[in-house]
Design a binder for this molecule. Structure first.
Ligand code: PXG
Length: 435
């Protein structure tokens, strides 16, 4: 008997889970195998992480070889080949203007690292009054104190309300079902919400503001797609006021919305990019922060023997993670993943929006291979319908992600139109069956 009690599961209804556990034993390609021997189609690529498929042979081999050759190398004042090779590959993968990579072990750490880089950058340039950080309502930037503070999902904040970083403000989010429900791709309504940044700048004064951080497409909040022109407007306002723009691309990088990084699809370049997940195809934990040469060089002052940025993790650039990253990045290129996503996107959009007339559905949103179906909450029990849909889908052989009453989809980048059809047939059956 497996003892379920000692493990405190993350972001999980522990008591409900332990009375009806869903335990995965193995995975291959598009499928999980459960402990009780059932096969489950994964509609979420792990947790937005495993776009190339589970147990990708090239990545598995790279990890196996690496762990037997160099399991770990001290990360401070010493390094190893793989970290440099991966940094170069990430830079070649990224848009022009990103020249240096700081490695972390998760998206949360990438975000807190980026916020510290932003604060440090202003300070080393003599603008140390710039300490205010601007996030956005319904944004998700991980669970560490910086990311939690700039994040804007109420449930993630309420238990820690008074412990947040103090110098933070938030832009409004851009979802308004009255105006942009059932938009396919970018909504035409909502550009004016970017101008709220001008109001925030006027209130706090640009000289006090370090950075604005947003997800190009908000993932965790249930796929909130930026209105047409919105990201361009944020870019323009940040540039005008000397504020750094950080794109949190933990989800949107590595072809999730088609291009290698999400910013390329929108044609809007931030100053700093955070990423994680797809960098190793989710196989070994890793995150990264990308910056320009100008930002990096600003830190490269003072005596040469002195540390320039007092920040880093024991496992920054871990050899096994780096090996997984190198294999994943080669696979994105050699398997022509960008073209495959572009081909799949219209099928995904069609299959998703075909559920518009299904019971409970009040909105459907999509961009690239990110999609969400929002259901009306059950009166007096928000989240109950979403949880039931998740459990019922799992029982019917489909792994679906839900947050409160929104179902989110992150199909494999190499998925097929047939399997998309199968995915949404199951979802429709389940929506038909639940109250
Ligand atoms: N930023 C963004 C934009 C994210 O999506 C993080 C930071 C934090 O990453 P780590 O690696 O610390 O978890 C994330 C993570 C969901 C879901 O269901 C989303 C995330 C993680 C797990 C589930 O939407 N995003």
């Amino acid at each position: 008997m497996l003892n379920l009690e000692p493990y405190w599961l993350p972001y999980t209804a522990n008591r409900a889970f332990k009375s009806d556990p869903r335990i995965i034993e193995s995975a291959q390609g598009f499928y999980y195998k459960t402990r009780d021997g059932r096969t489950v189609l994964d509609s979420f690529s792990g947790l937005w992480s495993t776009g190339l498929g589970h147990c990708h042979p090239r990545i598995v081999k790279a990890v196996q070889d690496q762990v037997a050759r160099l399991d770990y190398a001290a990360a401070f004042q010493v390094s190893h080949t793989g970290a440099f090779e991966l940094a170069e590959k990430v830079i070649n993968f990224a848009p022009d203007g990103f020249d240096h990579v700081f490695f972390t072990n998760s998206g949360s750490e990438a975000v807190d690292t980026a916020l510290k880089i932003a604060l440090g950058w202003h300070r080393v340039r003599g603008e140390g009054t710039r300490i205010k950080l601007i996030g956005r309502e319904r944004g998700y930037h991980g669970v560490n104190f910086g990311g939690m503070s700039v994040g804007g999902i109420p449930g993630n904040r309420k238990m820690f309300g008074n412990a947040m970083l103090p110098n933070v403000d938030h832009l409004p989010h851009t979802l308004d079902l009255e105006h942009n429900a059932f938009s396919k791709g970018q909504p035409g309504w909502g550009l004016h919400l970017a101008d709220e940044l001008e109001r925030i700048v006027a209130l706090h004064n640009a000289e006090n503001i370090a950075a604005v951080i947003v997800e190009p497409v908000a993932g965790s909040a249930g796929v909130l797609v930026p209105p047409l022109g919105y990201l361009e407007r944020l870019r323009e306002i940040c540039t005008r006021h000397g504020i750094l723009l950080i794109f949190d691309e933990v989800i949107t990088a590595f072809h999730r919305i088609g291009t290698p990084f999400g910013c390329q699809r929108f044609g809007v370049m931030p100053d700093i990019i955070t990423t994680a997940k797809g960098i190793t195809n989710g196989v070994i934990p890793m995150g990264a922060v990308l910056v320009s040469d100008a930002i990096y060089q600003s830190f490269m002052s003072g005596p040469e023997h002195a540390i320039e940025f007092f920040h880093g993790y024991t496992y920054s650039g871990h050899p096994v993670a780096a090996a997984a990253g190198l294999a994943a990045l080669d696979s994105y290129v050699e398997e022509d993943i960008g073209s495959r996503v572009a081909e799949l996107e219209p099928f995904f959009e069609g299959a998703l929006h075909a559920l518009r007339d299904a019971p409970h559905v009040i909105d459907i949103r999509n961009f690239g291979l990110m999609g969400a179906i929002e259901m009306a909450p059950r009166p007096g029990a928000p989240g109950a319908r979403g949880m039931e849909a998740h459990v019922k889908c799992f029982e019917q052989g489909l792994m679906v992600r839900h947050s409160t009453d929104t179902l989110a989809f992150s199909p494999f980048l190499t998925f097929t139109a047939d399997l998309l059809g199968q995915t949404f047939d199951t979802v429709r059956r389940v929506l038909d069956a639940i109250d």
